[in-house]
Design a protein around this ligand. Structure first.
Ligand SMILES: NC(=O)c1ccc[n+]([C@@H]2O[C@H](COP(=O)([O-])OP(=O)(O)OC[C@H]3O[C@@H](n4cnc5c(N)ncnc54)[C@H](OP(=O)(O)O)[C@@H]3O)[C@@H](O)[C@H]2O)c1
Length: 281
């Protein structure tokens, strides 16, 4: 496949570039510096120049607290960015896959969120990610939205990707016990993104590693166990004691109604992905 990837230097972008390149695809990888998805002219220029078959958008402003205090930037990148990509993809006849988030939900449900559940974002980040989904799908019917959450993997700057490295340095780690999601290994997500590109069936997919989900605390305990480290570095806290500017959904675990129906098997359990991540070193 001829694939153009944005946000190529992020957690998911890196894993996807690696996987697609290893699979023999012709890959046009753009990091933030090379292509700003908020700039419609540059997006149009680059996509028109390469005429890819598939555009996969891994770019986003993922600083949830930053978005809360700078909604203009959040809108530009997370809502208008996907729309810019959708318009240019439509122009060249490319499939667009854009990644969204479990934070489009309010977290009040007790079970797993499916595509039948009504998104009700409670943060600026969630609101504009949802707007990005809608704008992309309206601008280009051949759009696949992939909602995912609690991602970890090589190169990740977030909590889940770094808990083992921090523990190895003997750092004290505040692990939140009362916010739950479905941990997702970035490398397994990358494989699924490419499968979805080949399948070419537009819609909204919930893509997460399988399992019952985890809190930051239960994820951290498992990560340290797999790494052979003591859990004593963990200080278990309630999320609301951290004074973070943006509200987060307390439960944002996801399940997919579509994957089985289109013949996709479940991704490996997150504990399995976590073991592979830790063994990579
Ligand atoms: N990480 C999670 O737990 C999580 C959960 C749910 C959904 N998601 C979604 O998954 C997708 C991938 O996120 P990730 O985890 O890989 O995050 P990430 O590591 O923060 O990667 C995002 C990348 O996008 C780039 N970027 C930011 N603004 C941009 C712009 N205007 N134009 C082009 N590139 C831009 C960033 O570059 P700079 O850093 O140089 O700005 C970064 O390399 C995003 O859509 C995110 O919303 C992530």
């Amino acid at each position: 496949m001829k694939i153009l990837i944005t946000g190529a230097n992020g957690l998911v972008g890196r894993a996807l570039v690696e996987h697609c390149s290893a699979s023999g695809d012709e890959v046009f990888a753009y990091d933030h510096q090379a292509l700003d998805i908020a700039d419609p002219r540059s997006v149009d220029l680059e996509i028109t120049a390469h005429r890819p078959e598939v555009v996969i958008n891994c770019a986003a402003w993922t600083d949830v607290d930053g978005c809360e205090t700078n909604p203009e930037k959040a809108e530009q990148v997370n809502a208008l960015g996907p729309e810019n990509l959708a318009r240019a993809s439509r122009k060249v006849g490319a499939l667009l896959i854009t990644i969204s988030t479990d934070y489009v939900f309010d977290g009040k449900k007790s079970g797993f969120y499916t595509q039948d559940d009504q998104p009700r974002p409670i943060s600026v980040y969630g609101r504009y990610k949802l707007e990005g989904e809608v704008r992309a799908r309206e601008a280009h019917p051949r759009t696949i939205v992939v909602r995912t959450g609690y991602i970890f993997g090589p190169g990740g700057k977030n909590f889940l990707s770094n808990v083992v490295a921090w523990a190895r340095r003997g750092q004290k780690i505040k692990a939140i016990r009362d916010y739950w999601g479905t941990p997702t290994y970035g490398c397994d997500l990358a494989v699924r993104l490419r499968e979805l590109a080949a399948l070419d069936l537009p819609g909204i997919y919930h893509v997460v590693s399988s399992g019952e989900g985890a809190s930051f605390e239960t994820f951290s305990v498992e990560a340290l166990r797999l790494a052979g480290l003591s859990p004593e570095v963990l200080e278990v806290v309630d999320g609301d004691t951290l004074g973070r500017p943006a509200p987060r959904p307390r439960n944002s675990r996801l399940k997919c109604l579509l994957s089985d129906a289109v013949g996709l098997s479940s991704l490996p359990p997150w504990q399995d992905g976590l073991a592979r991540f830790i063994n990579r070193g």
